[in-house]
Design a protein. Structure first.
Length: 244
């Protein structure tokens, strides 16, 4: 250093201030990636279930914990009595072959008649049973409304009925038509008579409170109506979309 010269002052960089916690932008980014992941998982499962059978559903898991196990045997639609599919469609969604997931006529009727009447189609019930949770809530209904057209787009009507008949609750700890046929009538779903199939379908709105094996007068009357409806949709073509 030359004599008389002043020493240079070294400039020091100030350390960057520490980030105070997680920002809103970070949270939104994580939420967006999580949402995309869930959408991707749903689409993957929809495509997979066009050929693969759902092994379990969220409700099946919950009921298995509650009852210490469930009874459920997957049976392809062609291995069930044809009256089983017709009875369920006649009971739950007679215009199943005519709509794209939502029965607008039934929705308008439900709005006119109030909360006592349901308007869910079989496709909506499959979405609820396979991908969502039970119970009445607006978030679930909103998701159901968004997911139903996707299932209708990728699954055939026959596949929708087949999945429904294998995942629907049919009694305490019972899921599917095969489990119901064995528990209530001591036979397979392939051997159900038209009246027995109609009784199983009649119990679907309240599977824990209605017993097709020991039907009440109300259940017998309802089953007779369903049997007539099954014959009607076969005759007028409203069963063509899921029949061979």
């Amino acid at each position: 250093m030359a004599k008389g010269s002043k020493p240079r002052s070294r400039s020091r960089r100030k350390p960057a201030p520490a980030r105070a916690g997680v920002s809103l932008r970070d949270l939104l980014g994580w939420a967006g990636r999580g949402l995309l992941g869930l959408v991707g998982l749903f689409l993957f499962l929809v495509l997979a279930f066009t050929v693969a059978n759902p092994v379990f559903t969220p409700y099946m898991i919950a009921e298995s914990w509650r009852h210490g196990g469930i009874s459920r045997d997957w049976v392809d639609l062609e291995d069930m009595a044809p009256e089983m599919a017709r009875s369920v469609v006649a009971a739950e969604d007679a215009n199943f072959c005519l709509h794209w997931g939502f029965d607008m006529h039934a929705i308008r009727a439900a709005l006119d008649e109030g909360a006592g009447r349901g308007a869910s189609t079989i496709t909506q019930q499959v979405v609820k049973n396979v991908f969502l949770w039970q119970g009445r809530s607006w978030p679930r209904k909103a998701l159901e409304a968004l997911m139903t057209p996707v299932v209708e787009l990728f699954w055939t009507k026959r596949r929708i009925v087949e999945v429904y008949l294998n995942v629907a609750e049919t009694g305490k700890g019972l899921f599917g038509a095969e489990a119901a046929a064995k528990a209530y009538f001591g036979r397979s779903a392939a051997d159900l008579t038209p009246s027995q199939a109609a009784l199983v379908a009649a119990a679907l709105p309240d599977p824990k409170g209605r017993n097709p094996g020991r039907p009440s007068g109300f259940l017998r009357k309802r089953a007779a109506e369903i049997a007539d409806g099954a014959a009607t949709i076969r005759a007028d073509g409203r069963a063509d979309c899921f029949e061979d």
